[in-house]
Write a protein that binds this ligand. Structure first.
Ligand SMILES: Cc1ncc(C[n+]2csc(CCOP(=O)(O)OP(=O)(O)O)c2C)c(N)n1
Length: 366
């Protein structure tokens, strides 16, 4: 396995000293190491800017599910046919054929290499043996530099040694995310629909329903497609104006596609109710910091024409706020500040996405 510090040192020796991206669990050690030692920034275009200002080759880290998000800046900005910008992509390869992974990773895993080929991006798998890995890094950075183009390293599970972060101070909020989800869901009506975001929020919702023996028909678990839950909710809310539609969102997911708030606000969807569970981290992939505690989601959505937005920290205040959210004319939002972390035995949905869709659409049509 590779030590994150060695990996970053090899890159530094090649002049690669700027890093940006969205974390992935396969890249957890290196993401935390970078957060401790290099700060955190956001993805392809920011690295292109860094290159323009320095001439250096920056690194972008991402889960392969983020390939779609990067296609546009890679092909219409960094590509040799446009501005020809050298970048090193470090891609966590979830759903690699032959490995067992969650349903949302299967298709993406199959097409990861084909997408890189279609985009004409030289790539290789990062070997776990340090010497071979270093040679691979050297060769790829040499190609990126000589040909002034993006190149990619694919990272399999257990390529990096675990790394214990030093610089992350967890926010000290009273509620756990699980407690907040239970309080929100318990206050809803039988007819209300819930669209939950990617990661542990959906897993905790699923577990809660299991524990209560309530079935899973009232929620759509957005297991992949991070950042898109609110738009799914908006589509449903528009089509089913008689129903209250709740989106359970994370701060990381909200930040990833925050433009959605403007669409929701401008459309004035009265039955759209947005709940943001803000822990200031990407908890589901290990807890790397987001900008969630440095922005005001309530001010943002109000500026996007949501009718109401509240922020709640205390467990005792939550029930009243959920009731207000439910009865408000939307689009309205409740931001709930929650602790980082989840229970150790948190499971995953036992039903498939298609089964989820089938029972949910039946519920919606009822
Ligand atoms: C495009 C993309 N990049 C990365 C991931 C990996 N991923 C899954 S959940 C998650 C974190 C979500 O953070 P947040 O919305 O704040 O919710 P939390 O996990 O903190 O509850 C990430 C980064 C992904 N699913 N999609």
């Amino acid at each position: 396995m590779i030590r994150s510090q060695d990996f970053v040192d090899w890159l530094a020796a090649l002049g690669v000293d700027f890093f940006a991206g969205v974390p992935d669990s396969l890249l957890k050690p290196v993401c935390f190491y970078l957060a401790d030692h290099a700060g955190d920034k956001h993805a392809v275009a920011v690295t292109c800017g860094y290159h323009l200002a320095t001439g250096k080759v920056p690194l972008v880290y991402l889960q392969n599910s983020g390939q779609g998000n990067t296609i546009n800046p890679l092909l219409s900005l960094a590509d040799r046919d446009v501005y020809s910008i050298p970048l090193l992509l470090l891609i966590g390869w979830r759903g690699e054929p032959g490995t067992k992974d969650e349903p949302q990773h299967v298709k993406q895993g199959k097409v990861t290499v084909r997408l890189l080929e279609a985009m004409d991006i030289p790539h290789r798998v990062l070997p776990p043996e340090p010497e071979a890995a270093r040679r691979g890094v050297d060769e790829l950075v040499a190609i990126a530099t000589a040909e002034s183009r993006p190149v990619a390293l694919l990272v399999r599970k257990d390529t990096f040694e675990p790394y214990k972060p030093i610089g992350q101070a967890a926010a000290d909020f009273e509620m756990t995310r699980e407690q907040a989800i239970e309080a929100v869901v318990s206050a809803l009506d039988e007819t209300d629909a819930i669209i939950s975001t990617t990661g542990k929020i959906s897993r905790e919702l699923y577990k809660f329903r299991d524990r209560m023996g309530q079935g899973h028909q009232r929620e759509f678990l957005t297991v992949g497609s991070m950042g898109h839950a609110s738009q799914i909710a908006m589509g449903i809310a528009l089509a089913k104006p008689e129903r209250q539609v709740f989106c359970l969102d994370g701060d990381g997911a909200m930040l990833m596609h925050m433009g959605g708030a403007a669409i929701v606000g401008a459309a004035g969807v009265a039955n759209f109710k947005h709940v943001i569970l803000n822990n200031g981290v990407h908890d589901s992939v290990g807890g790397m910091t987001t900008a969630g505690l440095q922005v005001s989601f309530t001010e943002i959505v109000k500026a996007c024409s949501y009718t109401e937005a509240w922020r709640v920290e205390r467990r005792d205040d939550l029930a009243e706020k959920v009731a207000q959210l439910r009865s408000a004319r939307g689009p309205a939002m409740l931001e709930i500040m929650v602790q980082q972390g989840a229970r150790a035995d948190l499971g995953r949905p036992k039903t498939s996405p298609i089964e989820n869709k089938t029972v949910f659409t039946k519920f919606l049509s009822g």
